[in-house]
Design a binder for this molecule. Sequence first.
Ligand code: NI
Ligand code: MN
Length: 227
Amino acid sequence: MTKITYLGHSCFKIEREGAQIVTDPFLTYNPLAAAKPDQLSPNLILVSHAHGDHMGDAASISQRTGAPVLAIFETAGRAAQAGAKTVGAGYGGTVSFDFGKVKLVPAWHSSSFGDEFQYAGNPCGFVIMFPDITIYDAGDTTVFGDMKLIAEVTPIDIALLPIGGHYTMGVDDAVKAVELLKPKVVIPMHYNTLPEIRQDPQEFKDKVESRLKTKVVILKPGESYTA
Ligand code: NI
Ligand code: MN
């Protein structure tokens, strides 16, 4: 059993026997966050890029728990400077853990660190491969044609996709992403946290489910989906 709990913005807690993975832990400065950093005990932290709403509390959680931050090489370097234990990797790279494997895949966005916009490498998405289930966390991205390729190489069971617009794809482009990825389930993320990313997840659900076979699961911060 794999339990996915939405903690707000792009932060998910993915739990199964022997593993707790936390993605993009933007908690302290997210008023809608459903957990405090101290409540999490991950053994792996995934950070899609170095923007503050993704790097978030990664370094302090890593310091407290010893969980490594897996990220693109330069993003991992910034996390290490902030005190995190890290594993840096690159696009197409697959890193093995006791519970399964995680592959870093491209995302079309930007990535910088801190108030002076320091270089932090490229943004990425993650394909999280457990023996019985594969989860794709798109990170912050627009839709892009190679999403089809990502899912051809590793069929996706559950996709975590941004729908908020402004900084990432919005509803209609995210529907196109679902068409390319053909996941069984999609969980929307990266919306309603800021005024410029206000979005109605029900509109996304209606559009996807009226055109495609994918089921959309809308989670409020704190809610879980078990697969
Ligand atoms: Ni970003
Ligand atoms: Mn973001």
